[in-house]
Design a protein around this ligand. Structure first.
Ligand code: FAD
Length: 401
């Protein structure tokens, strides 16, 4: 049985790799051009073409574990596939495996009612709409989610949402139809029972996208990381997920898979940066010798290889733990990779940039985007320090007297 599954994953891996070579990498430049052309008004048509092709080939929604709607892959099975997709910034969306939709689909799959699944999960799985997850707020330190101030108050026969969020990835996308919003239903309750999550359709009166937050000067259109205002937004009571006071429970369920997917993709991106670096230093000659002959360059290459392989083992270990003992029990391992993978990718991209000279920070390679992406993931889904704090807390608790 295990070997049957292994060969199934190997076959999938070959098919995903072939799809990337034939369709995804050649479309990267056109994607960038179309982003420039259409900005916020429309998703680049080439991504819809790629999605249609991937879906037709059955390379679709590979991420969803333990679900009849998914492909039947475990987190461990999915890891090498996700890593491969991470090599191109446009690949995850082409396979309908991109953030923040995968995390949101997992929330709906695990905690949604039949009606919520019909209305939102089905079109997300079909890739006809997109979604966003709204937790972070400008006015409070949101790495501590107990600080969140947005109110979700009972009002009439529904709920009223009031507050302001920012850095909400994907909320600028013209295809984004639904937000999962975290807020407080009962500020007097126990610290971890004050929060709830609720579904807010983008077109509900009172939802206003204020501006895109720039990331190192980029607005990342058409998805963006948006500031969003909720001005007394009224939604039906049936939009609440799971129940009042259960926001943290859902966050734990969502953030495990979301985090490990980021890490898998970052390993793939690190591989691509290293490959680009190796090709460049073999052909570039300075002071009479190829750069590849210099000890410092070779040390950078060797250290990158060592660190990528170490990180990959750690990610696979965390995936295995998630499959065997569950996301909650695997939280220390998930936090560990969430610290390791973005830092690794940032370092590998930085070395590759340095070896390229000025070209490394230009638009002519993906290195600058890779560095930027890795740097931002050191915040998204929890800053490094918060994950280190969680690991140390669990470690210290093993030694209570
Ligand atoms: C590109 C990008 C995309 C994002 N997408 C989303 C999204 O889609 N949805 C969403 O809700 N949010 C999103 N975020 C926001 C992200 O989740 C938050 O930035 C993160 O949780 C930190 O919250 P904060 O910015 O309020 O930092 P703060 O809470 O103000 O923390 C500031 C800094 O304090 C330090 N710190 C915090 N706690 C500790 C501690 N215990 N010990 C030591 N130091 C500590 C850390 O260095 C931290 O970076 C995104 C962010 C970025 C950059």
């Amino acid at each position: 049985m295990a070997s049957q599954q292994t060969s199934r994953v190997e076959r999938l891996l070959e098919r995903v790799a072939a799809f990337m070579d034939e369709n995804v990498y050649p479309a990267e430049a056109l994607y960038k051009e179309q982003v420039k052309e259409y900005g916020w008004t429309k998703a680049p048509p080439v991504i819809e073409e790629l999605k249609a092709k991937a879906q037709a080939q059955g390379l679709w929604n590979l991420f969803l574990p333990d679900s009849e709607r998914g492909y039947g892959l475990s987190n461990r099975d999915y890891a090498p596939l996700c890593e491969l997709m991470g090599q191109s910034p446009i690949a995850p969306e082409a396979f309908n495996c991109s953030a923040p939709d995968t995390g949101n689909m997992e929330v709906l799959e695990r905690y949604g009612t039949d009606e919520q699944k019909r209305e939102w999960l089905e079109p997300l799985l079909a890739g006809t709409i997109r979604s966003a997850f709204a937790m972070t707020e400008p006015d409070v330190a949101s790495s501590d989610a107990t600080n969140i101030r947005t109110r979700i108050e009972r009002h009439g026969n529904g709920y009223r949402v009031h507050g302001r969020k920012w850095f909400i990835s994907g909320a600028g996308d013209p295809r984004c139809r639904i937000l999962i919003v975290m807020g407080k239903t009962d500020p007097e309750a126990d610290r971890h029972s004050q929060q709830s999550m609720i579904l807010v359709p983008m077109d509900t009166p009172g939802v206003r996208v204020v501006r895109p937050m720039r990331v190192f000067g980029n607005d990342h259109a058409p998805h963006g990381h948006m500031e969003v205002d909720f001005d007394n937004v009224q939604v039906p009571a049936s939009n609440l997920l799971l129940g009042e006071g259960r926001g943290f429970e859902i966050a734990q369920g969502r953030l495990g898979p979301g985090r490990i997917h980021h890490c898998m993709r970052l390993i793939g991106l690190s591989e691509r940066c290293l490959a680009i670096m190796c090709r460049r230093v073999k052909e570039r000659v300075a002071f009479g010798r190829p750069l590849a002959s210099r000890d410092t360059i070779r040390a950078d290459i060797a250290n990158s290889r060592i660190e990528i392989d170490m990180a990959r083992h750690l990610v696979l270990h965390a995936a295995d733990m998630m499959d065997k003992v569950g996301n909650r029990e695997a939280r220390s391992e998930i936090s560990a990779i969430k610290v390791v993978a973005p830092n690794l990718c940032q370092r590998v991209a930085d070395r590759a940039i340095q070896a390229h000279g000025a070209m490394g920070i230009s638009q002519d390679t993906i290195l600058a985007d890779a560095w930027m992406y890795a740097r931002t993931v050191r915040f998204a889904d929890g800053p490094d320090e918060v994950h280190r704090a969680a690991i140390s807390r669990l470690e210290l608790s093993k030694h209570e007297t």
